[in-house]
Design a protein around this ligand. Structure first.
Ligand SMILES: NC(=O)c1ccc[n+]([C@@H]2O[C@H](COP(=O)([O-])OP(=O)(O)OC[C@H]3O[C@@H](n4cnc5c(N)ncnc54)[C@H](OP(=O)(O)O)[C@@H]3O)[C@@H](O)[C@H]2O)c1
Length: 287
C-alpha cells in the first residue's frame, strides 16, 4: 500500500513538491463490495479524495456509477486484481455467504472496512480470517460531506489503516473513533438514526406552522431555514447551548412562552431520552 500518498480533496491546491498528487498507478485501490444506498452515499465524497481508486461490485448492473469508478458484477470480473481495502457494503445477513468469494482479492496487509450494522468485529475476523478489520457507522448526509460517523477498529488495527480510514472519512463530515462496539451502537442511536429524528421534528414544526396560517411551502422554508441558521450559529461559537437559548429568550417574551410549552416538566428531555434509549435497545437486539 502506498502509505505516503497525500490524501487531499481533488481541486485542492498543492502546497509544495512534497504534496504532489499521486498518479493512479500508485493510488490506494479500494473495492466496494456492495455499493447501494450507503455505499453510494460514501462514494459521492470518497471519489473526490486524491490518492484513491475505486472499483464497485454491483451484481444487478442496474446502478449508475461515475466514469472514474471501475465496475464489476462478480468475482470473475476481478480476476488477477488486488485491492488495498475491501469495503463491505452488503446487508449484514449476506456477508457470510458473499464475502468469502472476494477474500482472495485483498492484497497482503490489506484492510477490511465494514459498513454493516450489527455485524461485529469478531464475526468479521471469523469470516475474513484477518485481524485488519474495522467498522464505520455513517449516516446518510455523508453524501453531502455533512455526515456523522462512528469508527471502530480491531485492537491491533495498525496506524497506517487508521490514517487511511481518517483520510476517507474526513471527506464525509464529522467522524469519531470509539472505544468499543457498544459505543458504536450508541453513536448509531444518536447520529445514525439522527436524520430521521430531525426530519420528524421538522415535519411536526412545519405542520404547526401551517396551523398558524402559512402554506406548506412557506412553512417548510420558515422552519428549515430557521433550523439551518440556528445550527450554523451554534457550530460557530463556543457558547453552550443553554447560553445560546438564553440569549434569544427574554423573560415573559414569545420564546419564553413557546419554550415553556415545549419543555414544561422536562417533557422534551424525557422524550429525547426515551427516543435514544429505544434506538439503542434496538441496535443491541440486532447485534
Ligand atoms: N442505509 C443506511 O442508512 C445505512 C446506515 C448505516 C449502515 N448501513 C449498512 O450499510 C450496508 C448496506 O446497506 P444499504 O442500505 O446501502 O443496502 P442496499 O442499498 O440494499 O445495498 C446493498 C448492496 O449489496 C449489493 N449486493 C447484493 N448482493 C450482492 C452479491 N452477491 N455480491 C455483491 N454485492 C451484492 C447490491 O448490489 P446491486 O446494487 O447490484 O443490487 C447493493 O449495491 C448494510 O450492512 C447496512 O447495515 C446502512
Amino acid at each position: 500500500m502506498n502509505s505516503s500518498t497525500p490524501h487531499k480533496s481533488k481541486g485542492q491546491e498543492s502546497k509544495g513538491d512534497s504534496e504532489t498528487i499521486a498518479p493512479d498507478a500508485s493510488a490506494v485501490q479500494v473495492l466496494m463490495l456492495g455499493c447501494g444506498s450507503m455505499g453510494s452515499a460514501l462514494l459521492t465524497q470518497w471519489r473526490n479524495v486524491d490518492g484513491f481508486a475505486f472499483t464497485v461490485v454491483s451484481p444487478s448492473g442496474l446502478r449508475q456509477f461515475p466514469d472514474t469508478v471501475t465496475q464489476a458484477r462478480s468475482p470473475e470480473d476481478l480476476s488477477g486484481k488486488r485491492f488495498d481495502v475491501i469495503v463491505i457494503g452488503l446487508k449484514p445477513q449476506m456477508i457470510a455467504n458473499v464475502l468469502p468469494d472476494y477474500l482472495e482479492f485483498l492484497a497482503p496487509r490489506g484492510l477490511y472496512l465494514s459498513l454493516a450494522a450489527g455485524f461485529s468485529i469478531t464475526s468479521l475476523m471469523a469470516v475474513t480470517r484477518s485481524r485488519s478489520v474495522a467498522r464505520i457507522m455513517p449516516n446518510l448526509p455523508v453524501s453531502l460531506g455533512k455526515g456523522v460517523s462512528g469508527l471502530y477498529g480491531a485492537e491491533d488495527l495498525n496506524q497506517e489503516h487508521r490514517a487511511l480510514i481518517n483520510s476517507l472519512m474526513a471527506s464525509t463530515g464529522h467522524a469519531l473513533w470509539v472505544s468499543g462496539e457498544d459505543a458504536l451502537d450508541r453513536v448509531t442511536a444518536i447520529a445514525g438514526s439522527g436524520p430521521g429524528y430531525a426530519f420528524e421534528f421538522a415535519r411536526a414544526w412545519t405542520g404547526a406552522a401551517q396551523a398558524l396560517g402559512f402554506s406548506e411551502e412557506q412553512s417548510r422554508a420558515l422552519v428549515l431555514k430557521t433550523v439551518q441558521g440556528a445550527v450554523e450559529m451554534a457550530l460557530n461559537t463556543d457558547a453552550t447551548l443553554d447560553e445560546l437559548r438564553d440569549r434569544v429568550t427574554s423573560k415573559n417574551g414569545t420564546t419564553h412562552a413557546g419554550l415553556s410549552a415545549l419543555n414544561n416538566d422536562e417533557q422534551l428531555d424525557n422524550l429525547l431520552s426515551n427516543t435514544l434509549q429505544a434506538a439503542y435497545a434496538r441496535a443491541v437486539e440486532l447485534r
